[in-house]
Design a protein. Structure first.
Length: 183
């Protein structure tokens, strides 16, 4: 018996798709519910920080406003941002949507990752400095910047919600695969 290696498929023929790890429907729904719940909490906590930062900018008692905003950002906003990013990545990896297969998923991932990093490096420390200044009886260095940063974070989160609902732009085009000629 002559065993020949299988012949390669002709160029342009469809190849079987790699399935990868997939969640059963019940677990996928549970993970999606956690992701949506965490994302709603993230948007709500960011909106609360925005309201408090705006109140501080408009003259409300800084000793009350800025420590409260810092507490919300440190104990709610940052952990929820990390959890939203983690559950979003898990959904991308464990469901048919993929992480970089669709533009809306890739953009949502980029927005969430950037927001998490900027929140951790800019917003939370800025609110901490504002709270320390207010409690020490000193003027807050940049109250307008805090409103701007919290407002920008809210806008990015709302854009992410819109992307997730509308799912625009289709699939991400990939370049030619290795070993195959280009178009």
């Amino acid at each position: 018996m002559d065993t020949q290696p299988p012949k390669p498929a002709p160029l342009g023929a469809s190849r079987p798709r790699r399935r990868g790890t997939r969640l059963p429907p019940r677990w996928r729904r549970a993970l999606r519910a956690v992701h949506v719940t965490v994302s709603i909490g993230l948007l709500g906590s960011d909106a609360a920080v925005l309201v408090l930062a705006a109140a501080g900018r408009l003259g409300s008692d800084p000793v009350t406003v800025y420590p409260a905003a810092h507490l919300i950002s440190e104990l709610l906003l940052l952990p929820l941002a990390v959890l939203a990013l983690a559950t979003g990545v898990a959904l991308g990896l464990l469901t048919p949507w993929g992480l970089l297969r669709h533009w809306w998923v890739a953009l949502s991932l980029a927005f969430t990752a950037a927001g998490t990093v900027l929140g951790a490096l800019v917003l939370v420390p800025g609110l901490g400095d504002a709270a320390s200044s207010a409690l020490a009886g000193q003027p807050v260095a940049d109250p307008t910047g805090l409103v701007r940063d919290a407002g920008a974070a809210c806008c990015v989160l709302i854009a992410t919600v819109v992307l997730s609902y509308v799912k625009p732009f289709g699939t991400v085009r990939r370049g030619p695969r290795m070993g195959q000629p280009g178009p």
